[in-house]
Write a protein that binds this ligand. Structure first.
Ligand SMILES: Nc1ncnc2c1ncn2[C@@H]1O[C@H](COP(=O)(O)OP(=O)(O)OP(=O)(O)O)[C@@H](O)[C@H]1O
Ligand SMILES: [Mg+2]
Length: 244
């Protein structure tokens, strides 16, 4: 049985010395506009192309917006519609996902139990082996109590593990600058953590960089690597490293 799956983002697979360990739940954290949604989309698109079905759940955008933005940013991904028709790529946008998050009977608390059940049932019916949740930041806004938030996050990770799928779960970070970033409690729950930063001060061009902070069960590069959102996908500028 395969131990790693190729994310399809070449630079990331190189940084992970072959790919993402199968059945890992990876948190992709980044500032606004750093390319989290596009990165996650590419992960599913590349999987669908090699016969690994994937489901994209967005809690922020309509499915048409996700698909159109991806087509515009990645013009070389010519068969997005075909993969969607074949149900190898399933995109659930706000229209579908909004009802998953409900207020409880007293109207005081939001409940995410239904969201977890829906994710489970759609992932099973599509036989998905890859999954994206974009993003869980909303969940953090609704659940103010840190213990409760951690507990819901752990339930979510447990369900994804049980389903045996490899997931990318995106989240926003408070500051896009590496030097000012504080670790969030959820960073410890997931199997892997990739952070996307923006650097550059006033009057400077900003640069996007990315770092694999952790990846349980695998060695990985410790470099913070510049990347671009190119027509062919997320492109990393790798520095030469001696592989251990
Ligand atoms: N056609 C394009 N070519 C190159 N870069 C693009 C193109 N379209 C969008 N971008 C870049 O991609 C960014 C948006 O990517 P994406 O939506 O994946 O970011 P995000 O991190 O998910 O943002 P948000 O925080 O709003 O969810 C834009 O801010 C822009 O910098
Ligand atoms: Mg996004």
């Amino acid at each position: 049985m395969k131990e790693k799956i190729e994310s399809g983002i070449e630079g990331i697979d190189k940084m992970l010395y072959g790919g993402i360990p199968v059945r890992s739940q990876i948190m992709l954290a980044g500032g606004p506009g750093t390319g989290k949604t596009l990165f996650a989309f590419e992960f599913l698109y590349k999987g669908a192309k090699i016969g690994e079905p994937g489901v994209f759940f967005s809690f922020e955008e309509e499915s048409s917006s996700i698909i159109n933005n991806a087509k515009k940013a990645f013009p070389s991904f010519t068969d997005i519609d075909k993969l969607i028709d074949e149900k190898k790529l399933v995109v659930q946008g706000l229209g579908e996902t909004k009802p998953y998050i409900q207020k409880d009977t007293e109207g005081s608390q939001y409940t995410f139990g239904r969201m977890i059940t829906e994710i489970e049932s759609i992932a099973e019916s599509t036989q998905a082996t890859r999954l994206v949740l974009d993003s869980v930041s909303l969940m953090r806004l609704f659940i103010r109590e840190p213990f409760e938030y951690r507990s819901v996050s752990m339930d979510l990770v447990a369900v994804l593990r049980r389903l045996g799928i490899t997931s990318i779960i995106t989240t926003e970070i408070e500051t896009p600058e590496k030097s000012r970033l504080l670790f969030q409690p959820e960073f410890f729950i997931y199997d892997g953590l990739i952070i996307m930063y923006t650097s550059g001060g006033p009057g400077e061009l900003s640069t996007l960089t990315l770092e694999v902070v952790k990846m349980r069960g695998s060695n990985h590069s410790r470099a913070t690597v510049p990347y671009e959102i190119s027509p062919n996908g997320i492109e990393l500028t790798l520095i030469h490293e001696n592989r251990p």
